[in-house]
Design a binder for this molecule. Structure first.
Ligand code: GTP
Ligand code: MG
Length: 321
């Protein structure tokens, strides 16, 4: 798929493929020779790059030029970052305990990942967030709409309506503010997120939900041989999400299922699909499991800013509590 590259994209080049004249095949060749990052491209010589990437010297020069610009803007003053962090908003999860675990709720400019077995409540938390995001700030929301990428066909409008009404909101209005797209396969899912740049400001989107992030990738890339390609695609997909989170000051909520018998692929039963790629890129990772009846136990795992900890919340008829 040929992607139009606007000036804006160019300045934000984070991946080799964001550079002009570098498609997936060229990127692959360059990465294989150790040019894995924009920084490395920025410091390469045009002839070297042309030879390894099998592109013209002119193309190589252009790619290097853009890579240089992109790394320049890679540096920001601490003050700029401080200012941006002041803008961080938080969405109420519905549970005070869960909010506390996350340092006040689901944050903008971050990726929050819930992983756990089927029925652990990942989707329910997503529904609750889809409702709460629409509330005004004083009530724990961000006064905005929601983009819901549904990759498992588990979006339930009736359930959203029920949760909304339990929160004293108009169910139909709440549903109008949730833009749902069913991801048909992993490439389609990637495309939906790649195209989100336009819709986010236009529709005042404040939260993107990808439920689940990994299932389509799991079925599209089967077997050991496909693992590295799958991880690469996932990696890029997550970086796009993080870029959207930063650029538009929005929150990202992703879910990830833990396989029932993961011993075949991974040693640890709590290792989510996507493994290390996700581990390093989600800002908040929460392992969630079922307790008795409506109870759910959430454990925060390797967060950069919050202590590890556990809490109990409930999934009830009225939503997350
Ligand atoms: P997978 O997507 O299969 O990996 O699971 P998940 O983690 O997304 O689970 P999900 O969020 O769909 O949780 C399903 C569970 O939520 C059900 O088994 C119920 O326990 C609970 N649940 C869903 N709807 C209701 C409801 O209307 N009332 C109550 N009390 N519980 C509900
Ligand atoms: Mg689910």
């Amino acid at each position: 798929m040929a992607k139009e590259k606007s000036d804006k994209d160019i300045h934000l080049a984070k991946d080799l493929e964001d550079l002009p004249g570098i498609g997936p095949a060229t990127a692959e060749k360059l990465k294989a020779e150790g040019f894995e990052t924009i920084e490395k491209i920025a410091t390469a010589s045009p002839h070297e790059l042309a030879e390894i990437g099998d592109i013209s010297v002119d193309s190589a020069k252009k790619a290097i030029e853009v890579a240089k610009k992109s790394t320049e803007i890679g540096f920001e003053t601490g003050e700029v970052i401080f200012e941006r962090r002041k803008e961080i908003g938080k969405i109420d999860t519905g549970s005070k305990e869960l909010n506390d675990l996350l340092g006040g709720g689901v944050e903008t400019q971050s990726i929050t990942e819930f992983f756990g077995k089927f029925g652990s409540g990942k989707t329910q938390v997503g529904f609750q967030l889809a409702v709460n995001t629409q509330k005004p700030k004083e009530q724990g929301g961000l006064g905005g709409k929601v983009l819901f990428v549904d990759s498992e066909a588990t979006f339930r409008p009736e359930r959203i309506k029920q949760i909304a009404e339990a929160n004293g909101m108009d169910g139909t209005e709440v549903l109008k503010n949730i833009l749902v797209a069913r991801a048909l396969n992993s490439d389609h899912q990637i495309l939906l997120i790649d195209k989100a740049d336009e819709i986010i400001p236009k529709e005042n989107i404040k939260l993107i939900i990808v439920d689940s992030l990994t299932s389509q990738f799991r079925s599209d890339y089967v077997g050991r041989g496909a693992l590295s390609e799958r991880q690469q695609k996932l990696n890029r997909h997550i970086r796009t999400l993080q870029r959207l989170a930063d650029k538009f000051n929005i929150a990202i909520y992703i879910t990830n299922q833990v396989m029932d018998n993961p011993g075949i692929l991974f040693g640890d039963p709590t290792t989510p699909i996507g493994g290390h790629v996700l581990a390093h890129q989600s800002t908040y990772r929460v392992y969630v499991r079922r307790g008795k009846e409506e109870k759910r136990i959430a454990r925060l795992i390797d967060s950069p800013s919050m202590p590890e900890g556990e809490c109990v919340f409930k999934v009830t008829a009225n939503g997350v509590q």
